[in-house]
Every structure is written in C-alpha cells, then in structure tokens.
Design a protein around this ligand. Structure first.
Ligand SMILES: Cc1ncc(COP(=O)(O)O)c(C=O)c1O
Length: 355
C-alpha cells in the first residue's frame, strides 16, 4: 500500500513546461525578455544578497510603494507574489472549489487550467473567434456554478488582445458574485491605457494581475503583483506563502520598477524586433497572428508542418514552443529574442519553407 493523493490531485497532469533540451540552446519557448534586467536592478539585487540571513518583508512595503508610484494606483490594493503564477493559483484556489467552474477561453493561459485543477474545480472554455477572446461567448458560457472568470489580455499563446471596453463589458455582464481575474502579464506591451481596467478593481469583484517577468526582464526573480479589492485580498493572502518573494527579488523589483525608462526601452525595442520578424515571415508567405506581446503565434499549413518546423529549428539549436496542448497543433509560439537571434531564426524559417 502506498499513500494515495487526494483524488482530484491524482487525476491531474503535471503542469507542462517547455522542453528546453539542454542549456546550449537558444530558447524562444518561454516568453522571457530579450534583454537582461535594468543594471540598477542587478546592482540592487547584489546589494540585497548581503541581507539574506533575514526573512524578506512579508508586506512587500517598498515594492508596493514603487508600483503605486509607477502605475498611479493605490498601494493598499496591491498584493505581490512569487511570480503571477502564485497569485493566479492562490486566487483561483481561494474562490473556486470542487463542483464549481472557472470560466476561461479556448486558448487561455494553460496555468489557469492547472490552478483550476488544483482547486478541484472544472475549467470551462468559451469559444474564441480567429484567436481572439469573445466576450459574448464568455457571457454565454456562464452557469450557476461559475465562481471565477479568467481572461488574459493580451492573450498567451495567441498574443492577441481585445479592447479595454470589451473587458468592461464582460465585467458588466457577469453577476457580481463571479470574481473576474484579468491577467495582464503582457500589459506593458499593450498600447491601451491600463486605467479603465485598473479602475474595475474598485467595484470589489475584479482582480488585475501583472508580472515583472516579461517587460522588466525579471522572469528568474519570480515577482508578480496585482490589484485586489481588500475583501478579496484578505482571502488570497490566506492561501499565499507569506515569505514567497525573496529579499533579493524584492530589491531587484523595486529598482526595476523605479527604472521606468529602461522598461519602456525594452518594450519598444522588443516590439520593433517583433514587427520586423513578423514582416519577414509574412513576406515569405507564412501566416502570423497579429500580436501585442513579446512573442508571436505563427500558423503553419497543418500540424505535421508545425512539428517538422519545430524539429528542424531544434536541430539548429533553437527551441520554440509547440502549442498542441492548447489545441493549436498547426501553430508555433515564438518568443522575441535579440535582433541577431531573430534574424537567424527568420533565415532558418524562410530557408526551410523555400526548400
Ligand atoms: C498570461 C500569463 N500569465 C502569467 C504568467 C506567469 O508569469 P510569472 O509567474 O512569471 O509572473 C505567464 C507566463 O508566461 C503568462 O504568459
């Protein structure tokens, strides 16, 4: 006899990360930043390492202050976490339970499905049209069991976004007893004013999540944050590890957030590389889904072409993300890396389709 997991845990699959195939590869499979963090963040992290004999500040005081300054938001609404994955998991686990439903969309970020399974709840996908979230489909998929609605804007793996006004319409159409979670992990790459979405938090039934993993280049430091109505925050904090963001990560995050100029340069340089890469692929006849993030979804003729392309890039030492697990077996998701890497990948892709 061996110890048995809880039945819903036994029934879950482990969360699938990209197969990176060793450390000598160019990895364009995890939507990491093409650029390292701000030099000020690196210096702050090094200095903070000397304080690692002490536990970190469990209230993220300096980081909340820095985020409040940079985003013009109320510091008291901010929760921080060990990456936004921590906040996604704790929020879903706090509000969904066995027998309840988490409503998302066809190509919703996979981890929201994993977090739903961790809560023993059911993940329901509303139809997306042309890789774009449909608010009407989401509203049509609400049932009496819906506890949480999760929308990622811009989306991963699609890279597409809907207008803020659509998110506002979604909120208005959901009953206030359904918690709306708006995941804006790529929000800094979106050209829309974040204010109308941040303002939804004051209603008391909406959470907005952000991360320092993408635009700030801090994926390895694991720092996410979000705006939470106080009553929702109180429940989510019960689910969190109270020392989940390390002293070094907090120091790096404060310095990175204070260096808004560096972040904006990363975002605009990444977008410029992305747009050149997309133009090159389209010129070669490939279908590229128009994206507002630091990655692109490329659609091949069929699943076999996608697999063959992924394989040939892997053989050339470049790892991209097959997205068959999202039901997009004919697509590849390609993170935008540095210019020279993307020129090489463009050459490989164009060469393999010309051959
Ligand atoms: C949409 C979305 N949300 C959240 C995350 C998690 O980010 P992190 O836990 O690094 O903050 C990711 C990471 O790729 C993502 O794509």
């Amino acid at each position: 006899m061996t110890p048995e997991p809880a039945p819903y845990v036994g029934a879950m699959s482990a969360f699938a990360l990209a197969d990176l195939g060793g450390h000598d590869r160019v990895t364009l499979a995890q939507n990491e930043s093409a650029f390292p963090p701000s030099p000020l963040a690196i210096a702050a992290g090094c200095a903070a390492a000397a304080r690692s004999h002490l536990y970190p500040d469990p209230d993220w005081t300096l980081l909340r202050d820095a985020l409040a300054r940079a985003y013009s938001v109320d510091r008291d609404l901010i929760l921080c976490g060990n990456g936004s994955m921590d906040l996604i998991a704790c929020t879903i686990r706090a509000f969904a339970h066995a027998g309840s439903e988490v409503l998302a969309t066809d190509y919703a970020y996979n981890f929201s499905a994993a977090a739903t399974a961790q809560a023993g709840a059911v993940f329901v996908k509303a139809r997306e049209a042309d890789f774009i979230v449909s608010v009407d489909a989401m509203l049509g998929a609400v049932t009496p069991a819906t506890r949480v609605a999760f929308v990622c804007n811009p989306g991963n793996p699609t890279g597409t976004r809907i207008a803020n006004s659509e998110i506002v319409r979604l909120r208005a159409g959901l009953h206030p007893d359904i918690l709306l979670v708006v995941d804006q992990a790529y929000g800094e790459f979106d050209d829309q004013d974040p204010r109308p979405i941040f303002d939804l938090v004051a209603r008391g039934d909406t959470v907005v999540l952000r991360t320092l993993s993408k635009a700030y280049g801090l994926a390895g430091a694991r720092v996410g944050w979000g705006l939470f109505p106080p009553a929702i925050a109180a429940e989510v904090r019960k689910m969190q590890n109270s020392n989940g963001v390390t002293t070094v990560s907090l120091a790096m995050a404060v310095a990175a957030v204070d260096d808004q100029g560096y972040m904006r340069r990363i975002v605009s340089q990444t977008a410029a590389i992305r747009d050149r890469f997309a133009a090159g692929l389209r010129q070669a006849g490939l279908e590229v889904i128009p994206g507002s993030t630091n990655f692109l979804l490329v659609r091949l003729s069929d699943p076999e072409a996608a697999r063959a392309t992924e394989r040939s890039l892997r053989e050339a030492g470049v790892i991209v993300r097959g997205v068959g697990g999202y039901g997009l077996a004919d697509c590849l998701r390609i993170t935008i890396g540095p210019e020279e890497v993307m020129s090489r990948v463009l050459g490989l892709l164009v060469g393999s389709f010309a051959a």
